[in-house]
Design a protein. Structure first.
Length: 382
């Protein structure tokens, strides 16, 4: 088991209507911000819920929402220029992964003088970051708790990991009400992606007793959110349980490491703009079956934690039951069960595998894997 190193960062506030206190929290670090706002928030009438608390507390801000389809370097470069010209005190990033990752990159590199692509190619920032507040509107987002941020290199459409400062995010403000606009299919896909993230972190070579504790509780809460509690003692609404589960899975992944599903979904999304949640959901049962060949006890434990199989089901039967449980959830909501259903060719997936082989996540997978092993997994799921 890996050494345990614990840093208390960031502050986390989780609960219904907590976004209404955004202005109060922002005042702690400054009075002028750039708000990196996911364009989808305006479409679903959530933008005002983020901006009005800032207006009420007389926080000066301007909005950046000029996104392409992801956190690519062209978008980050534009945002950096605007932030520096605006002489801001900090960044507020609200929305899904693309908004949060752009916000992380801008906060990290704001005080740097070197070209953005120097950092994309591996340079480490030498100056301090400006304060960053993240308001995620999805239930999972592990990278706001780490010092590395996934970005898309616009020169080659590859996923890269931008190295940043420790404790980059000062505050994660998680309001379950911000997830209520998700469709049933989006909700299911993100729930399964959250479970996959938890699973990957649980079987990672970097897992610790601390990440194990977070992950086991995360799986239990997600099980309750998806299937209901076995007794009437737990009456917490499903959206709150999912946010709690996602927060713990993300913290667990930051303490341990994401794995194959996260790695491949980042690279496929960067190349072909396919939903990370859909990719991970499809891959998840195959990842379970593969991991069950060498970490069967860990797979069985997590299957029981989320009540995917009965308590008396053990060993290989638990692994099979766990994978089948995920496939049934995909079928129940008519989500794609094969990668070929996402209109991507096997030749295109081969490109994404090459990209994956260059990311550091490869070194923390539950077993030593080559790009050939990753491609074999994709072929199974294709």
């Amino acid at each position: 088991m890996a050494d345990f190193i614990f840093r208390i960062s960031p502050n986390i506030v989780l609960g219904p209507y907590t976004v209404s206190r955004l202005g109060q929290y922002a005042r702690e670090w400054g009075s002028r911000y750039m708000v990196v706002l996911d364009p989808i928030l305006k479409e679903v009438n959530l933008a005002d819920k983020v901006l009005q608390p800032l207006i009420d507390r007389k926080v000066d801000f301007f909005v950046f929402n000029e996104f392409s389809e992801g956190a690519d370097t062209k978008t980050i470069d534009r945002a950096l220029t605007l932030a520096r010209d605006g002489h801001i005190h900090g960044i507020i990033a609200a929305g899904g992964s693309k908004a949060l990752h752009v916000g992380c990159a801008v906060a990290s590199l704001y005080n740097e003088n070197h070209d953005l692509y120097d950092f994309v190619d591996g340079a480490v920032p030498t100056t301090g970051a400006i304060p960053l507040i993240c308001v995620p509107t999805t239930m999972r987002e592990p990278f706001i708790y780490t010092s590395a941020t996934p970005v898309i290199d616009s020169r080659c459409h590859q996923a890269k990991m931008l190295k940043g400062q420790n404790g980059l995010c000062r505050l994660a403000l998680i309001d379950p009400n911000m997830t209520l606009t998700l469709t049933e299919n989006q909700n299911t896909a993100m729930s399964l992606e959250t479970l996959c993230l938890a699973f990957e972190s649980y079987v990672s070579q970097k897992a610790t007793f601390f990440s194990d504790m977070l992950i086991e509780k995360s799986a239990e809460l997600m099980g309750y959110a998806l299937d209901g509690a076995p007794s009437l003692e737990i009456t917490t609404p499903a959206e709150i349980l999912k946010s709690q589960s996602g927060c713990m899975a993300s913290l667990g992944a930051a303490s341990s490491s994401p794995g194959v599903g996260t790695l491949l979904s980042l690279c496929i999304n960067a190349r072909f703009k396919i939903s990370r949640s859909l990719i991970t959901s499809i891959l998840f049962p195959y990842i379970i079956e593969d991991t069950g060949k060498f970490k069967i006890d860990r797979v069985e434990k997590l299957a029981h934690s989320m009540h995917a199989v009965p308590a008396d089901v053990k060993g290989a039967e638990a692994v099979t039951g766990f994978a089948e449980n995920i496939r049934q959830r995909l079928a129940k909501t008519n989500l794609p069960a094969r990668l070929k259903d996402l209109s991507v060719s096997i030749e295109q997936l081969a490109l994404a595998v090459e990209d994956a082989g260059q990311l550091e996540i490869m070194t923390t997978l539950p077993r030593s894997m080559t790009t050939d092993d990753l491609f074999d997994l994709l072929k199974l799921a294709y």
